[in-house]
Design a protein around this ligand. Structure first.
Ligand SMILES: [Zn+2]
Length: 205
């Protein structure tokens, strides 16, 4: 689904959207839940994007429904993989997730990427800006490109409205709310969440 001229929500990941950003380079934000990788590659083909055209894969956070096809897509695209330094230990399996997420990661085994880089100090990847927004996970980030904010699981949307994530899914809900307030100071027109449809900005965020 086309969101703007530079942004596509990948229909093959509906329910936990991954996004394609066509900026200075082509970037994939998140990778969907396990099993969606082939569908993603097929959909890229329908957008005339070859796997090798993708230069970077950015993770908003370590949850299984966001890194579900990371290893496969890293191998197919040769893209550079990025995540926050706080979430990388969970992605590498060096730290255990907590609570229900631990259970999910036991049931849904996810392959780990070969290489993963921690976001650069200046938090810039080409013309994309990475913005720390901890709370949902320790190292959750949002991604800003022009007038589009990729919100990961900082918030979700339902029926065109921005909503908070269920607190039992959050590592620290108070911190997540603080991060959401911080995002409200940024300038953007579209909010693209993983869960729910992209919405035009309103006063809820
Ligand atoms: Zn999620």
């Amino acid at each position: 689904m086309k969101v703007t001229n530079n942004v596509y929500a990948l229909d093959s990941t509906k329910g936990n959207y991954a996004y394609i950003v066509i900026g200075k380079e082509i970037v994939l934000v998140d990778t969907g839940r396990p099993g969606q990788g082939k569908g993603i590659l097929k959909e890229l083909g329908s957008l005339n994007i070859k796997p090798q055209d993708i230069k970077h894969i950015l993770l908003t956070h370590h949850d299984v429904d966001h890194m579900g096809n990371l290893a496969l897509l890293e191998a197919e695209t040769g893209a550079k993989v990025w995540a926050s330094k706080e979430d990388i230990p969970y992605i590498r399996g060096e730290k255990n997730r907590e609570g229900i997420k631990r259970l999910v990661s036991i049931i849904m085994k996810v392959k780990k990427p070969e290489n993963i880089n921690s976001y650069p100090e200046d938090r810039k990847i080409g013309d994309i800006e990475v913005i720390p927004s901890p709370g949902h996970t320790p190292g959750h980030v949002c991604v800003l490109h022009k007038d589009v904010l990729f919100a990961g699981d900082l918030i979700r949307t339902s029926k065109g409205q921005v909503e908070t994530m269920s607190s039992f899914m959050n590592w620290n809900t108070d911190l997540s709310k603080e991060s959401a307030k911080k995002m409200a100071n940024l300038s953007f027109k579209w909010v693209c969440p993983a869960h729910g449809e992209p919405v035009e900005r309103d006063n809820n965020l």
